[in-house]
Design a protein around this ligand. Sequence first.
Ligand SMILES: [Zn+2]
Length: 430
Amino acid sequence: MRVQSAITALAVLVTTVAAEDRVSYDGYKVFRIDTHDNSEEIHRLIDGLHAVEVSCGESDHFELAVAPEDVEAFQALGLDASLLSEDLSVDLELEGPVESFYESEESNYTIEVRQQALPALSWFSSYRPYADHATFFSQMQAAFPQNSRIFNVGNSHQGRSIYGIHLWGPNGQGNRPAIYFHGTVHAREWISAPVVEYLTWQLINGYRNNDALVRSFFNKYDFYIVPFVNPDGFVHTQSSDRLWRKNRQPRSGTSCVGTDGNRNWNFQWSTPGGASTSPCSETYRGQAAGDTPEIRALTTFTNSLRTRGIKLFIDWHSYGQYILLPYGYNCQARAPNHNAQMSVAAGYSSAIRAVSGTRFTYGPSCSTLYATTGSSPDYMGGAMGAEYAWTVELRPGPGSGSSGFVLPAGQIAASGAEQWEGIKYVLNTI
Ligand SMILES: [Zn+2]
């Protein structure tokens, strides 16, 4: 009892400290800024403000959340800006609390694992703490013991395992081309992990229930699913700063932390215009291609998939509801099978929309959204020969402004369900 209450007291203390360390967005106002091709100058002007960019990248505009003490200074700059949100913290509340699944279900967990039961679908009713996700994948693996394994790609900067689950069908593992998913390279894009988990759950469930369509996928492919490419960043969003994007790697000569893993891959890395060379930027590319522990480990792992080939790669992000095809580094560059990719993407978009009307725009990454260099899909398509290499930007839609990274928990299952219909179409068509 005494030990228990000491632990409880410690837990309370830790919680209190964590709450005090948390970045508050109380009173932050969110603006949409039109750049009028003057992006560099605008960034120079806003450089000294307490503000955070809340866009995924930049086309002719971007979104900026400005701290209350600097709103006046921001407005005095006279930029072409419109107000999207009066108070970012109110938008963040819409997400609902992060609730532990396995703590409340603890008594059932051992029994469920022994019975090889899949996790209950109520998993998808809330956002979950980081530790729960590993338990979720352990339970999934235990429910599919002859046809799956948990693998470790390598470790993050802070030493967390970058883990994944490998699923296979008849005739053993590693004999078929890869369907390869990455999630959460951008830490604040919380919907990406649960959607990837939803797809994994459906694949295993379908195989176990002898669903003919799902079985046909396993006859053709092995699945490699990495839900947290950037675990340090994700943990940071849960403990300290909900809107953190990059990894947590410091760099010498700057107090700014973090590199954008999706600008760090070794393909067209040094091409100008699709990433930042400033360590303080949200799209900082690093000092050299692949110089983050996360992308270095994933590059080695990805190379190992080349023997059987990568049929389809998807990097799952939010937000904006886009299906983005090659390429990001150049708005004229197209994949050799571009027409086939456009056709599959069109069918994918229609299959999503048929579920509950959600519209996903599709097209080549650079010309549809904005330029990106050193991105994972460009690397997969351009350097690894992946036949289809896409970015999918999940809910909410492009007009969501300030609350784009915050999708109410009530929409997690619906996001998963529409993607499952879309992915079934894709896997049945490619
Ligand atoms: Zn992203």
